[in-house]
Design a protein around this ligand. Structure first.
Ligand code: ADP
Ligand code: ADP
Length: 230
């Protein structure tokens, strides 16, 4: 089953830089796609195009069969089904962890406070941070904040999770706990698209690795073939 399909994406910035230069791709349900490539090769632009955080200059993005680049489409409704995790956690500093997690489910999914909090506590247990429910983000370590950012996305019941260098801003000793959580999600069947420099994660967890360079997909394959080719 195709979950996301992009067709001939181009992104040209004002400075005439061709950040995406004709990218076509399909992401299937249940795939864990890891995107690798040198800095500036368009990985982040490609990832952000999938939920139209970055609007492509030309080309189409289909999500669950719907052309979300079409002006007629209500993008917000579809975007809710695409969780996104950034390098920096983007938690609301003046809200508690529980409030951070329940905000969108209450506002956008119209869940009751009780229902949203029950689900939030379940997710907090999943990552072993239930005792942080009433803490503020500043009281958490980087690795804890990133795990909260991930479960905050999960609280929206997304159909796909997009990760943009989720461990790049972390102290090295905190990288492992975030990768472990991502691995758990992958094992549970979550569809994931991940931009990362963590080659261990790519080798171990990816179902497919995409190599980008100069705004193009230059190579791709199962990690085994991908990493064995010279
Ligand atoms: P990567 O994620 O592989 O490092 P990016 O997608 O972030 O690459 O960037 C691709 C190219 O587009 C880079 O040369 C980058 O400097 C440029 N770029 C990214 N965002 C912008 C922007 N908002 N305006 C102009 N150029 C940009
Ligand atoms: P990433 O770490 O995701 O590759 P960058 O550090 O390259 O991101 O860029 C951070 C922000 O600056 C992004 O919003 C990106 O779109 C923007 N940006 C990147 N390169 C340029 C550029 N050459 N001109 C203007 N904006 C840029």
């Amino acid at each position: 089953d195709v979950l996301i399909k992009v067709k001939d994406l181009h992104k040209v910035y004002h400075n005439r830089l061709h950040a995406l230069d004709g990218v076509s791709e399909e992401i299937l349900k249940g795939e864990v796609v890891v995107i690798v490539g040198p800095s500036g090769s368009g990985k982040s632009t490609f990832l952000r195009s999938l939920n139209l955080l970055e609007v492509p200059t030309t080309g189409q993005v289909y999500f669950e069969g719907v052309d979300i680049t079409s002006k007629e489409t209500d993008i917000d409704r579809h975007r809710q089904k695409m969780g996104m995790v950034f390098q920096h956690f983007n938690l609301f500093p003046h809200k508690t962890i529980l409030q951070n997690i329940t905000l969108a489910p209450i506002k956008l999914l119209k869940k009751s406070k009780e229902e949203a909090e029950a689900r939030a506590m379940e997710l907090l247990k999943l990552v072993g941070l239930e005792e942080k429910a009433n803490a503020y983000p500043s009281q958490l370590s980087g690795g804890q904040k990133q795990r909260i950012a991930i479960i905050r996305s999960l609280a929206m019941d997304p159909d796909v999770m997009l990760f943009d260098e989720p461990t790049s801003a972390l102290d090295p000793e905190m990288v492992g706990e975030v990768l472990e959580l991502m691995k758990k999600l992958a094992n549970d069947g979550m569809t994931m698209v991940v931009v990362t420099h963590e080659m261990g994660f790519a080798k171990e967890v990816a179902t497919r690795v995409i190599f980008m360079d100069e705004g193009k997909i230059k190579e791709q394959g199962a990690p085994k073939e991908f990493f064995e080719n010279p």
